[in-house]
Write a protein that binds this ligand. Structure first.
Ligand code: ZN
Length: 292
């Protein structure tokens, strides 16, 4: 089971989480032609996402992107409030290199995309961009929180074969008298003793007891994380409808069918001529020759 275990210090100086992912990891990133280094980075991004979603206060999605003009053009990881997680990269096959090298001169973008239901409170999507800093994905995220949200943060990630683990400790805004700068520095130093290899080795309860043994800590019930793509034939059909009948007809004329491959999980969706025609007929679209 993939679990996310949130925790909060009783003095409200900080909160955090531990995550462990095994199920679905190979299906998401193991079947594509990613090189080993890109696969490891994707794994790190996947381990980071539940940590960022632990204390999410709206229904919707978190979208994390690393964009660069370096060899790794794009790395995307997404998670929603149900903790459904997916990730993909745009990189040449067998691309190799370290984090800083692959994403040289790039930016990290974090987008919060709330679901707005009609009649409900309407929330704006927000996006923050910072230059990619540090020698690892965890360091780049720490720099993001420090710079963009003024929230000192400690992030640790460990990746092994088919197993991704992560840890986050984040300062909370000073609202409570009992929380002090000293308290934060103590917790930060304790968290600094934790490393990726240890995350992979020990279960959450053991790690929390080892690192924060003397602290008043409330640990929440673990929540399940699903490593699964949300793509569906219905979703792809909507995409084709949005593309428009003329465009779809021209692909059909050229190739005899429309084939769409999900960028995340690599699943293929195929539409033959009759299926595409039915799709537009059902949606009540006018054939192109009667359009004005
Ligand atoms: Zn998919």
């Amino acid at each position: 089971m993939n679990r996310l275990t949130g925790f909060m210090f009783e003095n409200h100086v900080a909160h955090g989480a531990l995550v462990e992912l095994t199920a679905g990891v190979d299906e998401m990133i193991g079947q594509r032609d990613y090189g080993g280094d890109v696969r490891r980075l994707l794994g790190e991004a996947m381990a980071a996402m539940p940590l960022l979603a632990t204390h999410l206060r709206f229904e919707g999605r978190i979208n994390l992107q690393f964009q660069s003009s370096g060899p790794l053009k794009l790395l995307v990881a997404q998670i929603d409030h149900h903790l459904s997680l997916r990730a993909m990269a745009k990189a040449p096959a067998a691309l190799a290199g370290g984090f800083a090298e692959l994403l040289a001169g790039g930016v990290l973008a974090l987008m919060l995309e709330p679901n707005n239901v009609p009649g409900g409170p309407q929330r704006q999507a927000t996006q923050a961009l910072v230059p990619i800093q540090g020698d690892s994905l965890a360091q780049a995220l720490e720099a993001y929180f420090e710079q963009s949200e003024q929230l000192p943060t400690v992030i640790r990630i460990g990746t092994g074969a088919g197993r991704l683990c992560g840890f986050i400790l984040q300062r909370l805004p000073l609202q409570h008298a009992q929380a002090s700068q000293e308290d934060w520095h103590r917790l930060q130093a304790l968290a600094g003793t934790l490393h990726g290899a240890e995350l992979l080795r020990e279960p959450a309860q053991v790690l929390l007891a080892r690192v924060f043994g003397g602290e008043a800590l409330r640990v929440f019930e673990p929540r399940e994380v699903a490593v699964s793509c949300r793509c569906s034939r219905a979703g792809i059909s909507r995409l084709l409808l949005a593309l428009g009948r003329e465009e779809v007809d021209s692909i059909l004329a050229e190739q005899g069918r429309v084939e769409v491959t999900c960028e995340f999980c690599g699943r293929r969706y195929e539409y033959r001529g009759a299926e595409a025609t039915e799709l537009f007929a059902a949606a009540g679209s006018t054939p192109p020759q009667t359009r004005h």
